[in-house]
Every structure is written in structure tokens, then in C-alpha cells.
Design a protein around this ligand. Sequence first.
Ligand SMILES: [Zn+2]
Length: 131
Amino acid sequence: MCGKKAEVFCLASAGFVEDDWRLDEFTHFSNVTALPDSLKVILKKQAPRYYLDYTRQRGSCYFMNHCRCGTKLADFYLHNNPEGAFYPVSEQQAKQLILCEMELSETVEIAATIVVNDIDLIEVNAKREQC
Ligand SMILES: [Zn+2]
């Protein structure tokens, strides 16, 4: 690890449908294992250091953030660890995040772990930009 600050990325949406479960609430996703090509094309441009990579801990691949030096930045530390990039515990931390809004013409199917919080600091405080 080089110790430099790394820009990290995750996917979020205004809601989702899973089988009979529909939720119209801000959701973000970790451990993404499959994405449609249309999203991969966007990610390649917007988040070139977020790509499918192998993790020995899980013995499988998922879309993972990488530092400029190539170090893998596991989702667990970003999503499940309080004060991790996607687990802000204060408004101040959440304000460092940028929500890039994309208009998608169709429903997108992904394989991932769903993260929903009662009061999502990211949804309320992140800076919004049009992508
Ligand atoms: Zn590094």
C-alpha cells in the first residue's frame, strides 16, 4: 500500500426490486458480482479503478475499488466498517461523497448485496452532480 488517498466508488439507486420485494428508497450496493454491459461501459469511464477482481477471503470475484498503486480496497472496509467511505457516521463525512446521477432508459439487473439504512446520511448529505 502506498498510503495515498484513493478515490472510491460504489453503485447506488433510488430503489430496487428483488423477487416480490420492492423498495423505493435510497439503496447502495456492495459485493457486486454481475453487471450488464451498458453499466460496465459507464463504469469504465467514470470509475476506471472499480473493476472485477479476485478476493482470496471470499474465494471469488466482485467489483472492487483499487488504489492508484493497484492495492485492492475491499468492500467490507468501505461499506461495513463505521467511518468507511460508504458508512459515514456524521453529516460531515457524508458531505465528502458525490452522488453522480445517471438517467437509465431501462431497468438494470445486477447481482449484489443490498445496503439500506433507516436514515441514509449519504442520500441526505452527499453532493449531487449530473454525470
Ligand atoms: Zn496505494
